[in-house]
Ligand binder design. Structure first.
Ligand SMILES: Nc1ncnc2c1ncn2[C@@H]1O[C@H](COP(=O)(O)OP(=O)(O)OP(=O)(O)O)[C@@H](O)[C@H]1O
Ligand SMILES: [Mg+2]
Length: 493
């Protein structure tokens, strides 16, 4: 190309050049036959063109990035030769400050000579560096977001105002079994069992009206979703909403909780099985105790009684002056008496036969008398009408709890009075054991090697009841128990 004439006055078209100057545009005007190029002041002040007359190629080399120069030069050569009528290039140019900046370079043939070849090429240079940087930043943050969304363990699904799916991340693919192309643009309904469609739509619409930006969907129920194969599964989900340029969209983050739900159900089942097992084993033990207790009472008791009668006969029919004989008989009588007492005690401790023969209220009365005699405190027992004949296994458990409560009062409390109250209210029995002794400390409730209170709690829990044990030091101790009365038993009672 011939020598460059910039910044000399342009040869023609003063009018549009005035406009260019006024608008402050970076414009060049290339007179192709002469090779002269006019550059607007903006062009010269922004870009690092060498001062003074110079060859176009040198000027271009000075301002255009070496990597971009060859393509630029070829392309502009094509425009100048008439091979193409216009060109748009994105290249880097050096600014007056010395930094490379991206520009959009546009050139267009605006006049042709009599030979049909381009006579004049006019073009603009737009600095798009900021634009590109912005675009890069946007792309980068988009990619970062995409990375987060895709690496999330939870399914993330966005829908537009009409509930068409617009985003479906990897976890969603894994959980639902669909590929994005199968769901994008489809209605969210495809991921929800049909019977919940209306409810779900209402939920989202009412959420949309609230204007709240996020809300868990778990507040009242487990939400159910639908896998590709038609399998339903429980999910935990939360929903958020946003508005961009007037368009509302919703994002649901959800988690497949079928494993958790299954584990919870299995745990509840295992607990229930354990409870039943515990009840059954206690019942079996009570029955066994009852059998042994009856044997002791009936068999041993009968035999001891007949021995006592024989002894009485010997006392009246033996030699009256034989001192040694009489002393031996008297010794035998006292051994026999204590054996009878021990047999009764062991038998009653194993299982008060009264519980089976006369019912709970009678057994508790006997227990109250027995303990108050043994420990020297007053037991005030109150059993209401409805509780006098509570059925098994409730009766045995109530009896054992009262037994432990009274024994503790005797052993630990130094109490003067103990009140035992048993009532049936609705379908519950309420049992209170209160003493006026020294009370207990919180650590007593978990004393190593002590199983009385633990046993009470366990008995109550196995019958699905609740227990509260209170006893501030110096305030006495109170045990409050509530236990449900099983439906069929209630009618028996
Ligand atoms: N009525 C009470 N008054 C004061 N302290 C009590 C009373 N009941 C229980 N305690 C305290 O709580 C502790 C735990 O009682 P728990 O019945 O569990 O065990 P224990 O009576 O010591 O032994 P066991 O296993 O034979 O019942 C007792 O050792 C005692 O210190
Ligand atoms: Mg105890």
């Amino acid at each position: 190309m011939p020598p460059d004439e910039s910044p000399a006055r342009p040869p023609s078209d003063d009018c549009w050049r005035e406009a260019v100057l006024t608008a402050g545009l970076a414009v060049f005007d290339w007179d192709v036959p002469s090779g002269r190029i006019w550059r607007s002041p903006e062009m010269l002040s922004n870009w690092d063109y060498p001062a003074g007359p110079n060859e176009a190629v040198d000027a271009a080399r000075a301002v255009i990035h070496p990597d971009d120069f060859p393509a630029f030069w070829t392309r502009m050569g094509q425009v100048g030769a008439g091979a193409v009528p216009r060109a748009t290039l994105e290249i880097r140019m050096r600014s007056r400050e010395g930094a490379w900046r991206w520009v959009r370079w546009r050139a267009r043939v605006t006049a042709t000579g009599p030979d049909g070849r381009p006579a004049r090429v006019v073009g603009t240079v737009n600095d798009i560096d900021e634009l590109w940087k912005g675009r890069d930043l946007a792309r980068e943050s988009q990619m970062r977001l995409q990375g987060i969304v895709d690496s999330a363990m939870d399914a993330i699904i966005s829908v537009d105002g009409e509930q068409h799916i617009t985003l479906f991340n990897r976890a969603a693919e894994r959980i639902f079994g669909y590929e994005p192309r199968e769901v994008l643009g489809q209605r969210l309904d495809m991921l929800i069992p049909a019977r919940f469609h209306a409810e779900h739509r209402d939920h989202v619409e009412s959420f949309g009206r609230t204007g709240v930006s996020s809300r868990p969907m778990m507040s009242r129920r487990i939400v159910t979703a639908l896998r590709r194969g038609g399998e339903e599964f429980p999910i935990d989900a939360s929903i958020s909403q946003n508005e961009i340029r007037g368009q509302r969209f919703y994002t649901v983050i959800l988690r497949d909780v079928s494993v958790r739900e299954r584990t919870r159900r299995e745990l509840a089942q295992a607990r229930e099985d354990l409870r039943e097992l515990s009840v059954a084993s206690r019942t079996a033990r009570e029955q066994e105790n009852s059998r042994i207790s009856r044997e002791l009472h009936d068999e041993l008791g009968q035999n001891l009684t007949s021995l006592k009668m024989d002894l009485a006969w010997l006392e009246t029919h033996g030699p009256p002056e034989d001192e040694k004989y009489l002393r031996t008989l008297s010794g035998m009588r006292s051994v026999l008496d204590s054996t009878v007492a021990a047999t009764r005690r062991i038998s009653a401790d194993l299982r008060p036969l009264m519980l089976d023969d006369l019912g709970l209220a009678a057994a508790l009365e006997w227990l109250a008398e027995e303990t108050s005699r043994r420990h020297g405190f007053v037991v005030k027992l109150a059993v209401d009408e409805a509780s006098t004949n509570l059925a098994e296994p409730l009766a045995s458990q109530v009896y054992r709890i009262v037994q432990e409560g009274l024994t503790n009062a005797g052993r630990h409390a130094a109490a003067a009075n103990v009140a035992v109250t048993l009532r049936s209210v609705g379908r519950e029995v309420l049992l209170d054991i209160e003493d006026d002794g020294r009370g207990l400390a919180p650590e007593d409730l978990r004393k190593k090697g002590s199983f009385g209170l633990v046993g009470i709690r366990e008995r109550v829990y196995t019958l699905a009841g609740s227990v509260e044990i209170r006893g501030d030091p110096g305030e006495g101790t109170a045990i409050h128990v509530r236990m449900p009365i099983p439906a069929e038993r209630q009618e028996d009672a």
